[in-house]
Design a protein around this ligand. Structure first.
Ligand SMILES: Cc1cc2nc3c(=O)[nH]c(=O)nc-3n(C[C@H](O)[C@H](O)[C@H](O)COP(=O)(O)O)c2cc1C
Ligand SMILES: O=C(O)C(=O)c1ccccc1
Length: 409
């Protein structure tokens, strides 16, 4: 029996069992070495899926910078900090108190990684008390994912159709709200997919597979269905290839909205709105001016634009400029517990986990995602605990915990 199935609980409890009792039978589903997850998953994926998840924009420079920049920061441990419990990971953002400071980043088409796709990751998120962000490009409907997520905290990520399709956007938002998605994440960096050589070489677009995976949100939407029928004189199921092509043009309209268009979302969404994909201080200030509740400092894991800055460097600058005015969330390049600690110290209140949980999904479905989340949280707790940092509140964990040096690698 592995520890995910057993009653051993979280990774810290597992650690206590191993170090304290040497419980050999309680093996993890796969390694605790977070640096090995990608390599293991690579061996288990088709060429197309591998190219899709591991692929980056052009030369991969942005992705490499995302990783390298973490190493410029070091957590300086403090000694003789008297504590009697493990550090609290509780975080406060978007008017909520949440038990842990990580969330599942929105990732589309998850069935190319495991037949259960989003259903497995949403169930794992709920069981680990980690918020789940549903992608507009999911391979399952939001209704099915909501069911799998049960009482979990779930948020909705919008790929935003052009203004001429505001009726579709309104319909999607209404469904999301009705199914318990409480916060809206609007991804701003992907109105068109980036220049990704892996997918171009494989001539691969997951939407255009024969099963047109990734269009579930559209196919289940009454407005999209009606429009398709009016235009083509048939149901979506009778012409999946055209339906997929049409859906792509809806959620990737080719051109960006403007700041003024946010008013439409505010009118149609009763809850917090978070802009995902912010990198510049100017845009962070604009988000504040436009009354947004949060921003995700993110460059989409370097998948959209090459030659960009490291996202963690942007976080530092944005945090100094607007950290007290708007909730900051962060992603891009987070691979281990100490990366999470550094992002929190630099001002993020929540850190989104992207590729690592996809590797978990490949390696072990729901249990694999749980293992990745538990492992990252266990590691984060130990990094804080041994650093003499009793909680992640600003009082204890802030930039004073970190030392900066130029990266030598
Ligand atoms: C396979 C894959 C699919 C993704 N799909 C979406 C998506 O549908 N919507 C979105 O906002 N971001 C999407 N992202 C970006 C993630 O939400 C997140 O920003 C990114 O993975 C962070 O970088 P990292 O995984 O390198 O840490 C996707 C990322 C990957 C790897
Ligand atoms: O690949 C991505 O980064 C992404 O955002 C996406 C877009 C469409 C379908 C699936 C994922």
């Amino acid at each position: 029996m592995n520890y995910i199935e057993s009653s051993a609980g979280d990774a810290l409890q597992y650690m206590a069992n191993v170090y304290g009792k040497g419980l050999e039978y309680e093996k993890p589903p796969f390694t605790f070495h977070s640096t090995e997850w990608e390599g293991l998953a690579r061996d288990r994926m088709s060429k197309n899926s591998l190219g899709y998840v591991c692929g980056n924009a052009s030369t991969g420079e942005t992705d490499r910078k995302n990783r390298a920049a973490f190493q410029k920061w070091s957590i300086v441990p403090r000694r003789l900090v008297k504590t009697t419990t493990f550090p609290s990971l509780e975080t406060h953002l978007l008017g909520q108190t949440l038990p842990v400071p990580i969330a599942i980043a929105p990732v589309g088409v998850q069935r190319i990684f495991n037949p259960d796709g989003e259903i497995a990751s949403a169930a794992a998120a709920a069981s680990e008390n980690v918020p789940y962000i549903f992608s507009s490009a999911s391979a399952s409907t939001l209704e099915d994912v909501a069911k799998a997520n049960g009482n979990g905290t779930r948020w909705f990520q919008l790929y935003w159709p052009g203004n001429e399709h505001n009726d579709l956007t309104a319909s999607i938002l209404k469904r999301a709200k009705a199914n318990g998605f409480s916060t809206l994440f609007v991804t701003l960096d992907t109105y068109k997919l980036g220049w990704r050589p892996s997918d171009l070489d494989n001539a691969y677009n997951p939407f255009l597979r024969p099963d047109s995976i990734g269009a579930a949100l559209g196919y289940s939407d009454p407005v999209f269905r009606r429009q398709f029928k009016e235009k083509h004189g048939k149901e979506i199921e009778e012409d999946l290839q055209n339906a997929a092509k049409e859906w792509i043009t809806r959620i990737f309209p080719d051109f960006s909205h403007g700041w003024e268009d946010l008013a439409f979302l505010r009118k149609h969404w009763d809850g917090p709105i978070v802009l995902k994909g912010i990198q510049s201080v100017q845009d962070a200030k604009m988000a504040v001016e436009h009354g947004m509740d949060g921003i995700v400092v993110s460059n989409h894991g370097g998948r959209q634009q090459d030659g960009g800055p490291a996202s963690i460097d942007c976080l530092e600058r944005i945090s100094k400029a607007v950290g007290s005015k708007i909730d900051l969330l962060f992603d891009s390049g987070v691979r281990c517990g100490s990366d999470i600690a550094k992002a929190l110290a630099l001002g993020a209140k929540m850190v989104l986990i992207g590729r690592p949980y996809v590797y978990g999904l490949v390696l072990g479905g729901q249990d694999g995602v749980s293992h990745v989340l538990r492992s990252l949280l266990g590691e984060l707790t130990m990094d804080l605990h041994l650093g003499g940092i009793p909680s992640i509140s600003e009082k204890h964990l802030n930039i004073d915990c970190l030392e900066y040096s130029e990266c030598k690698s």
